[in-house]
Ligand binder design. Structure first.
Ligand SMILES: [Zn+2]
Ligand SMILES: [Zn+2]
Length: 152
């Protein structure tokens, strides 16, 4: 069920939504209200979110969890989001900067609270001797430890 909460928002919010619409249509996806909200959430979050986390953040909307999951999957298949498994067998989704779609980066995973943060400065620089999966960047790079909150 679509909501019409987008109407009457300030102009900069409208241009943000226009940019989301352009991104979706540029990848052949219809700009449905739920897809716009899910993509907007991923882009504003700045790090990976699980389906459960995304559904929680969008709980004030009327979409069911299956719709949100389908949107996350659609975005991943269209190249607007990336799916990662940081080792707990839960898919997490993060927005892909389409201009740097090949920039895979490491993720920090807190061993206490499970928070996942992007490490955009830690990329995959690999030589010819690396296994094919590494050269194709079909791998996950994880750094594990205790986050600032848990280490205190
Ligand atoms: Zn932590
Ligand atoms: Zn990331």
């Amino acid at each position: 069920m679509a909501t019409r909460k987008d109407l009457g928002r300030p102009a900069d919010d409208r241009s943000r939504i226009d940019a989301l619409k352009l991104a979706l249509r540029g990848r052949g996806l219809r700009a449905t209200p739920s897809r716009l909200a899910v993509l907007g959430l991923l882009r504003s979050n700045g790090g990976p979110l699980s389906h459960a986390e995304a559904a929680d953040r969008l709980h004030d909307q009327s979409w069911d969890r299956a719709t949100i999951y389908r949107n996350l999957t659609d975005l991943a298949e269209a190249g607007l989001a990336r799916r990662s498994d940081v080792g707990d067998h839960t898919w997490r989704f993060e927005a892909v900067d389409v201009a740097h779609a090949d920039d895979r980066h490491a993720h920090f995973v807190c061993t206490e609270c499970g928070v996942v943060e992007c490490m955009p400065d830690v990329g995959l620089a690999v030589g010819k001797a690396a296994p094919r999966a590494v050269r194709r960047k079909q791998v996950e790079v994880q750094v594990r430890g205790r986050c600032d909150g848990c280490a205190a």
